[in-house]
Design a protein around this ligand. Sequence first.
Ligand code: FAD
Length: 374
Amino acid sequence: MANGIRIGIAGAGLGGVAAAGLLERAGFDVVLYDQAPGFSRLGAGIQFGPNVLKILAQLDGLDKELEAISCLPDYWVSRKWDDGTVMAKIPLNAERPRYGAPYITIHRGDLHQRMLERISPERVRWGHKLIDFSDNGREVTLTFENGAVETVDILIGADGINSCVREKLFGMDEAVYTGWIAHRAIIPGQAAKALGADVNAKWWSDDRHIVCYYLDRDESEFYLVTGEPAEWTSRAGQLPSSREAFREAFKGFHPLVQGYIDATDVVTKWPLKTRQPLPVWHQGRTVLLGDACHPMKPHMAQGAAMAVEDAAVLALSLARLGVSDLNHTFGAYYTARKERATKVQAISNANTWLKQPEDPYWCYGDNVYDLSFG
Ligand code: FAD
């Protein structure tokens, strides 16, 4: 069924790369386009739960490769900002058999690189910024800023929160600044260890938090990422910040947190943006996934996870339902994903996840391969 069907994916972020790898294995002729000139090891951390690792297992055992290099926290610990009181201690790898896969924390660049290695290199086109496309009912013509023009049977918009595919399908509207930024920094693992760091913890005050975890099996890098109210007027996706600004924002926090911040060198700050849920994710021969259709504040550490889950369900629906009635196939994908993605988006935006004791099984225990399509 997949033979000869050419699928173009705009965006080689974590969602687009997952879609490319899974669709390639389902027999589709996939091409992945990204505006970036090439891969770069962007400096930040990411948490991936068992719900995602079950999908990455389909990419020639990528789950095992990641497990070998990642940090594997046994617990998630929520602590009170000033005295460190434990508010919740949630089993992660301590309950691995129940979730069915590991929970990893890793450098985002290392994860991205290993996902890209699971795609045939000739299928990736860097330096291709999509600027327009047209659907004549039989195929989609893609126009790139570099002058290239290509034709595909299906277009997947995996081009992130400022998706040009979404804009062309559903009209232009700006992503909404939530009033919060994230400070991000990586400190040496030795420095964190000397202070007595938790493996994976979130420190909460009433109006801000800081999440801290190791990025690798050797615990050589320790990552700090915050959520805090702040002004943001720039159009930039991130800006340099400073240790002093970081320290000021977390004044009065526990001495351990102060110690982490004192050990920072390069500090950046990112505006946290979101959008209202979309009532539909597809039109004609074009469909969206990930942040292109449901961006969220990052406070549940599930934004990229939802993009990868979307990719898996979209690949399943195309492989099982075929391409002769795309409205039906894409409708089935949307129906399978809408409720879960919207729920995660709402909890993430509310920033309540794991603050108090709760069972995260509905999220981490999920397996998209248990889905059945009509
Ligand atoms: P993106 O990762 O944004 O990728 C989009 C890609 O499209 C980019 O490569 C871009 O270059 C490309 N692109 C854009 N426009 C075009 C165009 N016109 N033509 C061609 N290419 C284009 N999620 C988690 O699961 N776990 C976490 O721990 C986590 N932590 C986070 C911490 C912070 C501070 C933030 C801000 C987010 C975090 N997230 C986390 C969320 C996660 O980063 C996003 O949800 C995820 O990256 C979305 O993936 P995506 O593939 O949909 O989009």
